[in-house]
Design a protein around this ligand. Structure first.
Ligand code: IPM
Ligand code: MN
Length: 367
């Protein structure tokens, strides 16, 4: 296969985790006899520095032309006080919208080797295996009107939480279809005791569920969901929710996985004529400027995102499984970064990437 991938390292630790993810991408493509063509582009703070805008037109064109895009992270502290439209994060929102990747899949699972890295009791987290399906191109992140106006006591800020039926339907279908490949259970999360927006969400999800009689659906309010996630995480299989709730709940989910550095994500939307998904792949973590450039960051979330790319955008599920297997092997070996609190000296970012590649080579030989 010919695989064309756009690489957007972005800001902070995005650069170093992406470097390791690309190592793995090259390794797996080569082993599978695929022709890989890589382009690199600018997004986020670095794009503001070089071009004056967080999502340059050139990046848009490159992303639209690629089979898949791999992103590190965006965000730099120097923009902390900038208005939303001048911030690196706006670049991320822009590319998500440009690619129309409305479903953000964030798998959360507990690994045996990391069970002690979670602050929660072992028996509580052991066996956790869920996927958060976060709506990604609607809701408060994009709704208008928005803005700050007025002065003094009358100064006011407005954001708008808006969803259309069509936007809810398409992401709900995605969740139910995923559930069919898993334990056939969807938990839809909303705040329908207060928000009209959530009332529509709940009604439409319930209607979509009628087409999937083999999948169980339940509804949980978002505040209760936040509690259930740490009280009984094993009850969840597919968690379906809107943009902001999904952003918040997925960081909480990271506690179950041992570290936010572990979480990969796949953002998918339209299918190409080939049947593969247009996709944007990024770790769930941010740019972590406090540890950037120190070769300390955990690259496994970024590497897991490459696995997701093979699965969803290239339709190469076997290659994805090999990467997940190699990640697990590296975790078992204990050569992990400081966030996972290894018994011995923590491994460096680049050592972890090398270890994943070595585990992949060993598997190829023994297979
Ligand atoms: C995430 C991030 C982003 C989001 C930020 C960086 C805009 O927190 O991907 O979870 O809120 O979507
Ligand atoms: Mn987030």
């Amino acid at each position: 296969m010919n695989l064309s991938v756009l690489i957007l390292p972005g800001d902070g630790i995005g650069v170093e985790v992406t470097r390791e993810a690309v190592k793995v991408l090259r390794h797996v493509a080569e082993a599978g006899g695929h022709k890989l063509s890589l382009n690199e582009g600018l997004l986020g703070g670095i794009a503001i520095h070089r071009t004056g805008t967080p999502f340059p037109e050139e990046t848009r064109q490159l992303a639209l032309g690629a089979d898949a895009t791999l992103l590190g992270a965006v965000g730099l502290p120097e923009f902390d006080n900038a208005p939303p439209e001048k911030r690196p994060e706006r670049g991320l929102l822009g590319i998500r919208k440009a690619l129309e990747v409305y479903a953000n899949l964030r798998p959360v699972r507990s690994y045996k080797a990391l069970i002690d890295s979670s602050p929660l009791k072992n028996e509580l987290v052991d066996g956790t295996d869920m996927i958060i399906v976060r709506e990604l191109t609607g809701g408060l992140y994009y709704g208008t009107p928005r803005g700050i106006s007025g002065t003094g006591a009358e100064e006011r800020a407005v954001n708008t939480m808006v969803y259309t039926r069509a936007e809810i339907e398409r992401v709900a279908h995605m969740a139910f279809q995923l559930a069919r490949k898993r334990r056939r259970k969807v938990t839809s999360v909303d705040k329908s005791n207060v928000l009209e927006n959530s009332q529509l969400w709940r009604r439409v999800v319930t209607e979509v569920a009628a087409g999937y009689p083999d999948v169980m659906l339940d509804h949980v309010l978002v505040d209760n969901c936040a509690m259930q996630l740490v009280l009984s995480p094993k009850r969840f299989d597919v968690v379906l929710t809107e943009n902001l709730f999904g952003d918040i709940l997925s960081d909480e989910g990271a506690v179950l996985a041992g570290s936010i550095g572990m979480l990969p994500s796949a953002s998918i939307g339209a299918k190409r004529p080939s049947g593969a998904w247009t996709g944007l792949y990024e770790p769930v973590h941010g740019s972590a400027p406090d540890i950037a450039g120190q070769n300390k960051a955990n690259p496994l979330g970024a590497i897991g995102s490459v696995a997701a790319m093979f699965e969803y955008s290239f339709g190469l599920a076997e290659d994805a499984r090999r990467i997940y297997g190699a990640i697990e092997e590296v975790l078992n070996s204990g050569r992990v970064t400081a966030d996972l609190k290894p018994a011995g000296k923590p491994a460096q970012t680049s050592e972890v990437g090398d270890a994943v590649c070595a585990a992949l080579s060993a598997r190829a030989v023994s297979a």
